[in-house]
Write a protein that binds this ligand. Structure first.
Ligand SMILES: NCc1[nH]cc(CCC(=O)O)c1CC(=O)O
Length: 309
């Protein structure tokens, strides 16, 4: 029986996600032998520069893709939100398993609520999407960049001058941190999550039909639909650069409800649309068109210019 090599970044989050996928496959009756091969990516090496300036999300996935082309690895597990909206030639996101919590978590020293932070309080995030939406709620706080893995961000909250930080609930849970750390769950009405947040993308070679059939066993149809709507929207709006943009779709029965967002980095302009429909591509496209009609492209272009990307 085929021995399957899974490539993973070496962060605790990446390794946990990889192990989770292998466990899901085993539970679904896949009894192949799995080997995890750790890969160091440029994104892991560059920790002191604003990510959006050094090439954004693609940095994390490039080395893994090269290893896949060379057949050093057969598949890789990514955080969906770190995936560029266009896939490179010959590789596919073949399976999307069930989504973890989609929300952002607000974590404050002494559990001070977001509305009770004193003016001038320092909130740590390196996401322009989070920055814009926190500033929209609290224009009087200061947003300060924070980098590093989830565990080191929590450490920095306590050791450095941050009063609060924002992290994905899913990441926190996956690395085994207690949800008791969370001061507030930010619902999409307050902070629209990143497209694909909480979901995983399993990537492999397009022509590896044998493997794709095995991986299909852990596909989650609902997550696949909602994430497809979100990524259709993202693709139409901006491709892969890091600008304040978010999208979250959920299913009730057959109906998809999607909240889409584009904003300026200062949080002074937030454009939001809620779109409903049955077809993921149609919902994502309609959300993009509505926001584009209200000037979303111009906002995206202005942010890119501001960031020099
Ligand atoms: N950009 C970093 C990143 N990539 C994926 C996650 C975990 C969230 C997820 O699974 O979507 C995180 C951490 C965070 O956003 O706080």
């Amino acid at each position: 029986m085929r021995h399957i090599v899974v490539g993973s970044r070496k962060s605790n989050l990446a390794l946990t996600q990889t192990d989770w996928v292998i466990e899901q496959l085993k539970q679904a009756g896949v009894d192949n032998e799995f080997e995890v091969k750790k890969i160091v990516t440029r994104g892991d090496q560059i920790l002191d520069v604003t990510l959006s300036k050094v090439g954004g999300k693609a940095l994390f996935v490039k080395e893994i893709e090269r290893a896949m082309y060379e057949k050093e690895i057969d598949l890789a597990v990514h955080s969906m939100k770190d995936m560029p909206s266009e896939m490179p030639e010959g590789l596919v996101i073949t399976t999307i398993p069930v989504r973890e919590d989609h929300r952002d978590a607000y974590i404050a020293e002494n559990n001070v609520a977001l509305k009770d932070l004193p003016a001038g309080a320092i909130v740590g995030t390196s996401s322009l999407r989070r920055k814009a939406q926190i500033l929209a709620e609290r224009p009087d706080v200061e947003i300060k960049w924070i980098r590093g893995n989830i565990e080191s961000r929590i450490r920095k909250l306590h050791e450095e001058d941050y009063d609060a930080i924002i992290l994905a609930v899913s990441g926190l849970k996956r690395v085994g941190l207690s949800e008791e750390l969370i001061t507030e769950y930010l619902e999409p009405e307050v902070c629209v999550p990143s497209v694909g947040q909480g979901a995983l993308a399993i990537e492999c070679r397009e022509d590896d039909h044998e493997l794709r059939e095995l991986l299909a066993r852990i596909s989650d149809p609902d997550t696949t639909k909602t994430v497809t709507a979100e990524r259709t929207f993202l693709n139409l709006l901006e491709g892969s650069c890091s600008v304040p943009i978010g999208g979250y779709a959920q299913l009730k029965g057959e109906e998809i409800t999607m909240t889409a967002f584009v904003g300026t980095t200062d949080g002074k302009t937030l454009l939001k649309e809620v779109v409903r429909g049955k077809e993921p591509e149609e919902v994502g496209t309609e959300a993009a068109q509505k926001l584009i009609g209200r000037g979303a492209k111009e906002i995206v272009e202005a942010v890119k210019e501001e960031l020099d990307i």
